[in-house]
Design a protein around this ligand. Structure first.
Ligand code: ATP
Ligand code: MG
Length: 363
């Protein structure tokens, strides 16, 4: 909330310009100065300055709402993934106004899912889309325009039979390549205006982990604290944007091996040697919904709904095809996960031929 720009907080353009000369651009900038400092920067009387501080404080205070209000607008608060089985488990789709994380081993389909969701966002509403554009922050240079078009043409062949529609879709996916933590944070902090001007309906960050892990060796003193602080800032900004624009934020994470796990049972304290989501416990609490993707065997992969405020643990099988993620085997039916918290189970990071230890599907 506090990172909202002053020009979006009911402050006149002239005053915004005046304050900008003193490096006061956001609500946070304003409220972290004393009234006298603001008075000096704005060139206003003390009374008028107090009025401005009050206006800005009110704008960033979280609005009061009721469960009834939220319930009435529930259908606007989900983004259909075009995967009916997953939408059903999630009571409509990926939640708007919240952060959804997809974590899993390399090559398992996280980026494929992001590209597929990008296509869906641009579709007209009658085809299940949002008719909005996409802000895609790519930290791994993994985004492929060719693959985006391939997914679109194979997933929605009728709609994308015309070249014009393909070009329109591709023109609505706005890519930002950010290769350092600081660049990602700067981009996020300046995203508000871009979200408005592009009418964005989805923010993707692929991936949160790669830049963080590249830059912070957490075995070195102080790095873990610094990393947590930076991740906290990124999470706060993402949450603000998701909430403010009532849009979903989807980000990908990688996996890490925790040292010391004994045996094959669930992860317990003091355990490891186990493959789990990267970036640690504090980060885990920042995401509202978490999917774990993992390998099963051959072409089969699994998506586990490992954390959700509205859905039980669930497991869905998928393959990656020309049209992106396909859950043909599960479409139309919910598949409950039988077992303890998937986040506490080792993630399958490589292709395996045995399927006996894979979580069972209850049909
Ligand atoms: P990383 O952690 O390295 O970013 P990822 O989970 O993002 O990995 P993706 O790039 O989404 O992985 O998926 C790569 C996989 O997608 C490939 O291994 C391949 O199996 C599959 N794939 C990519 N393109 C196609 C295609 N056109 N048709 C079928 N499968 C494809
Ligand atoms: Mg990827």
């Amino acid at each position: 909330m506090a990172s909202r720009m002053l020009k979006r907080a009911g402050i006149s353009p002239e005053l915004c310009e005046q304050l900008k000369r003193h490096k006061i651009e956001s609500c946070k900038d304003l409220l972290t100065h004393t009234a006298f400092e603001v008075m000096y920067a704005a060139g206003l009387s003390y009374q008028k300055t107090l009025g401005i501080l009050e206006t800005v404080s009110k704008v960033i205070a979280p609005p009061l709402t009721t469960a009834l209000e939220l319930w009435k607008h529930y259908s606007d608060s989900c983004f259909s993934t075009s995967l009916p089985a997953l939408d059903k488990v999630l009571r409509g789709g990926i939640p708007c106004g919240a952060i959804t994380e997809v974590t899993g081993p390399f090559g398992c389909g996280k980026t494929q899912l992001c590209m597929m969701l990008s296509v869906v966002t641009t579709l007209p509403k009658e085809l299940g889309g949002l008719d909005r554009s996409v802000i895609y922050i790519d930290t791994e240079s993994a985004f492929s325009a060719e693959r985006l078009v391939e997914i679109a043409q194979n997933r929605f062949p009728d709609y994308f039979s015309s070249q014009e529609k393909v070009l329109q879709m591709a023109g609505r996916v706005h890519i930002f390549r950010e290769m350092t933590c600081q660049d990602v944070l700067c981009r996020l902090e300046k995203l508000e205006e871009i979200l408005i001007s592009t009418r964005a309906g989805l923010i993707i960050l692929d991936s949160i982990a790669s830049v963080v892990r590249k830059e912070f060796d957490t075995t070195l003193p102080g790095n873990l604290i610094h990393r947590s602080k930076l991740l906290g800032q990124q999470a706060t900004t993402l949450k603000y944007l998701a909430h403010q624009f009532n849009i979903p934020v989807v980000l990908t994470n990688q996996i890490t091996t925790q040292i010391g796990h004994q045996g094959s049972g669930p992860l317990t304290e003091g355990d490891s040697g186990i493959v789990t989501a990267a970036l640690g416990n504090t980060w885990s609490h920042s995401v509202n919904t978490r999917f774990i993707v993992q390998y099963v065997d051959g072409l089969q992969r699994q998506l586990l709904v490992a954390k959700s405020p509205v859905a039980p643990f669930a497991v869905l099988n998928y393959t990656i095809q020309k049209e992106g993620i396909c859950m043909n085997g599960n479409d139309g039916e919910e598949t409950f996960y039988e077992g303890t918290d998937p986040s506490l189970q080792p993630i399958r990071e490589v292709l395996v031929l045995r399927t006996s230890a894979v979580p069972t599907l209850a049909t």
